[in-house]
Design a protein around this ligand. Sequence first.
Ligand code: GLN
Length: 538
Amino acid sequence: MSQTKYIFVTGGVTSSLGKGIIAASLAKLLQARGYKTTIQKLDPYINVDPGTLNPYEHGECYVTEDGAETDLDLGHYERFLNVRTSQANNVTTGRIYQSVIEKERRGEFLGKTVQVVPHITNEIKERIQLLGKSGEYDIVITEIGGTVGDIESLPYIESVRQLLWELGDNNAIVIHLTLVPYLSAAGELKTKPTQHSVKTLMESGIKADILVCRTEHEISDEIKGKLALFCNVKREAVIQSIDASTIYDVPLLMQEEGLDTVTLKKLDLPDNVVPDLTKWNQFLQWHKNPKNEVTIGLIGKYVELQDSYKSILESFIHAGAVNQVKVKVKSIHSEHLTVKNVAGKMAGLDGILVAPGFGERGIEGKIKAVQFARENKIPFLGICLGMQMAVIEYARNVLGLADACSTEMKPNTPYPVISIMEEQKSVTDKGGTMRLGAWDCHLEDGTLVQKVYNGASEISERHRHRYEFNNEFKKQLEEAGLKASGINKKTGLVEIVEVPTHPWFVGVQYHPEYKSTVDNPHPLFVSFVKAALEHQQQ
Ligand code: GLN
């Protein structure tokens, strides 16, 4: 294909309609027809990236191979498409302004007054076309965060208007996602909010090509006709997006509604290939017909907001499917775990996962959970902070180093078994300065993790942390039975610990959850779920 085609996805009426899932589903359908597709998210907030945001604000921070701290929608893109994203796939207003201001300081605008139009909009347009110009993609889908009419999304909407004009018909289209609410008192679905939202879009000079309507009830043909008439779109371009029991059903629902066909028609692209969704359907078949069920405790401090652990929860869905096991995840607040209640709260769990996190709040509860899993031989997976807590627990309760801790929480601990990396000591900025992105790890022969990774010796996984296993305690901990089974050969940093005398006890400094996809469930999650099932069946 000579020219990359662009699809812009905007949202109206309200936030949280699931633009990311619609974008990912459409991308999946296009990919299944052989089109090389990627998705990009433009976020209107002023943070340079979501790395500095509390998970309660914006959910999990997703990390790409190249170490970008990004919006959690990129996780959906990777899980659906099984294609890597990068820094170029997520742009925020903060990053746009940062780059324009840096150019201004370098004198690149040659004395001109720097303005939203054209300077900010040019920067946005450049970022949108960066992926397209790489020559790697036939189609780039760009999702604009927020809702049309928001003050903060105006420069993005204006950039889309300009690009539609510059790229020309059939090269760029707009899909507008809206809500068609059901008024139970009237017993009716209402189209007015959609009409208003399309009107707002038109005031900015943009005509929606396709309407995707989120709804709790079936939208009748009559209502579709009405929406087409009032919103200036073709009848076939009014797509219903009804609530689904799983997000993984959405590509199939969109296919039934013809979202892919109408998109290809508008983009003037051939529609002569039957989409190959064999793997996807196999996954759904397994996911919906589990033979067993396990309960995994997720011990974390952000458990009130499900989005905080999005990638972990999705990894369990992928790993559950291949094992044909339904994984019930029971969220347990680490702040509320004490010596007294830990046995009660852990009762009935087939596996225990101690989650990533930052700061002191809730760590003692996490340490109690590790101890319970270790002593009762319950399968245990510790991720990042969870691995660090496993090391502290082992130092305290097996080695007898009573006040062992991480210098993140106790800078003056006598036994800093987790401590800050040398190169991190001088770092003062919080944003984008952790150990981020893909790092190599060597798996020691004969270890559990080597079996888990199907015999591999070299793996690569994504990181997001500042503190590390302190090698000064390595010999002592290993002699006491906590094996360092994964090491980064270049730096000597310990990436994985395991307890060989325990049926399944693994702590990983990296985040396996970022790499699990529908097509490639992560081996650690697959093996952990299997171990949980075996534990249950003992
Ligand atoms: N707070 C820990 C660190 O910075 C762990 C981070 C995490 O769990 N992602 O090392």
